[in-house]
Design a protein around this ligand. Sequence first.
Ligand code: FES
Length: 103
Amino acid sequence: MVDNQVVLSCTYLTVRAANKNITTLEGVQKEAKEFADFLADEGADQCGYCAPGFIMTVLAMSKELNKPSEEEINHYLNGNLCRCTGYKGQIRAINKYLEFKSK
Ligand code: FES
């Protein structure tokens, strides 16, 4: 995240991050593990290559949106690619995580 906004690190020019606050997965370990457990429970963590992107995106989304719709979730996930799972497990994990966070 750059200044608390999720960005796609593979397309974000480093020079644009000058003098901005950068948050990586290592900076949100507790929350990341919490959501990663939901990914594992829903079988959405096969090779794990996509997990950091999903985790950072979902953590940012959960802070920005209160009870996001399915359309908003899909929009937020745009650009996060998973070559293994077909996304159904991630969507189940996200919905269960958001429900857990709203309690
Ligand atoms: S679990 Fe392998 S790319 Fe998503």
